[in-house]
Design a protein around this ligand. Structure first.
Ligand code: ZN
Length: 418
């Protein structure tokens, strides 16, 4: 222990960073270090324009969950949206996401990402042809997923609609889905439907034998089908829709793909944009979080449902998940909502500490949150969960999203997995 006194406080931090898998550039600023076999890395990439979660699984299998690019014109008031594109507006989100992934991709893998999961068909998760300035040779517009594929091959896609895209009604009148299907057919990318209840529909494809006893992905819900907790059985929580009025039909968010990723004792929950806090008069089955809560055990880390918008993160789900760490994928002033932020820290729902990370926090959001804003971790940017081999412990690293330096702004943990 005497030797520690030879170092300054800053040096000790630096040595600790090295020990936990980050390197330093010559200026002394720590830089994110590459994935190694056995790590599970989960990158919440912040483009300011929607969700993109890039996962490198312990054997090097790569999974991207969503690649959003919001319509730059606000449909509510027909004015340009003011969210800046990060790191800057010289490129569009799909290309920025591809470039980020290329920087962290396992060296062995040059053939592209193994899986892309699209949780649901909204612009902030898949992109939109509306106001997209560029088109591919095949005629479809480039935005989000379709743009990303110009820069990075995708080997397999899972979505909630393949092959007919008819639930809860035909999706082939929706411009986002029309453009996406055009893309799928043109690029001939193998696709399949995300099926609730399935264990390892997304599976390790590189060195499965080494890690498959410790690693799994359980599909919890999609399209109103929810896992029962037994085998791969599901129950349908939506009613017969023939008698349901048009304004109460299931919306796109309620149909999101929901999953839990497990590595040893470590668990990560991602539920797309499902909701659980209902407006007056909505039927109870519009709450998808509560039936999901019934089959979701405690997790270490949760990606907030629906960006922490006011209709998400109900008490039943939070009590079931009891996360130690929350990641808020924010791109609007309503992310997270004030009541949601209060609930995240509510010890009457579950006791114990929790750390909440947001990719970005708008000044208006900060003002609306009041005292809860001070409880959020102060550093924003790309948020990376790095899980150690075997899933025993993990850290949270916040990376600078102002450029492509991969500079580390903060490191939290290690946290022990449950
Ligand atoms: Zn969304």
């Amino acid at each position: 222990m005497k030797r520690v006194r030879l170092f300054s406080g800053k040096t000790i931090l630096f040595v600790m960073l090295i020990c936990h898998g980050v390197a330093a550039q010559q200026t002394g600023s720590p830089i994110f270090s590459p994935w190694k076999a056995g790590y599970l890395d989960i990158h919440q990439i912040n483009t300011g324009r929607g969700n993109a979660t890039f996962c490198i699984l312990p054997d090097g299998t790569t999974l991207l969950i969503d690649a959003g690019a919001i319509d730059p014109i606000n449909w509510r008031d027909n004015k340009p949206r003011n969210n800046p594109i990060l790191p800057n507006d010289s490129r569009q989100p799909g290309e920025w996401i591809a470039r980020y992934i290329r920087r962290v991709m396992p060296v062995k893998q040059t053939s592209g990402i193994d899986y892309l999961l699209i949780t649901h068909f909204h612009d902030d998760h898949v992109g939109t042809p509306k106001h997209a300035s560029r088109a591919a040779a095949g005629g479809y517009k480039l935005s989000g997923v379709t743009e990303l594929a110009e820069f990075l091959p995708i080997r397999r896609i899972l979505d909630r609609g393949w092959p007919d895209y008819t639930f809860p009604q035909t999706l082939r009148q929706d411009s986002i889905v029309i453009n996406y299907i055009h893309f799928l057919e043109n690029r001939k990318i193998p696709a399949e439907r995300f099926v609730a209840g399935r264990l390892n529909q997304i599976r390790l494809v590189h060195e499965a034998g080494k890690y498959q006893s410790q690693f799994s992905i359980r599909n919890l819900a999609v399209n109103g089908d929810v896992w029962t907790g037994k085998d791969e059985d599901t129950r349908h929580v939506f009613p017969d829709l023939t008698g349901v009025s048009a304004n109460q039909q299931p919306n796109e968010n309620m149909c999101s793909a929901v999953m839990v990723m497990r590595y040893g004792n470590f668990d990560y929950f991602a539920g797309g944009d499902i909701q659980g806090v209902l407006p007056y008069g909505a039927p109870a089955w519009h709450d998808v979080e509560t039936p999901v809560a019934a089959v979701a055990g405690p997790v270490d880390v949760q990606l907030l449902d629906h960006h922490g918008y006011a209709d998400s993160q109900n008490g039943a789900l939070m009590k079931a998940l009891r996360p130690r760490v929350f990641v808020v994928p924010a791109w609007a002033v309503s992310h997270p909502g004030p009541a949601v932020a209060e609930r995240l820290f509510d010890a009457s729902i579950y006791p114990g500490e929790r750390d909440v990370f947001v990719t970005q926090l708008f000044p208006e959001a900060e003002a609306a949150l009041g005292p809860a804003a001070a409880k959020l971790k102060p550093e924003t940017g790309h948020i990376v969960i790095r899980v150690q081999p075997g899933g025993t412990s993990y850290q949270v690293l916040v990376l600078d999203d102002a450029d492509e330096s991969m500079r580390i702004k903060a490191v939290y943990g290690p946290y022990q997995s449950r």
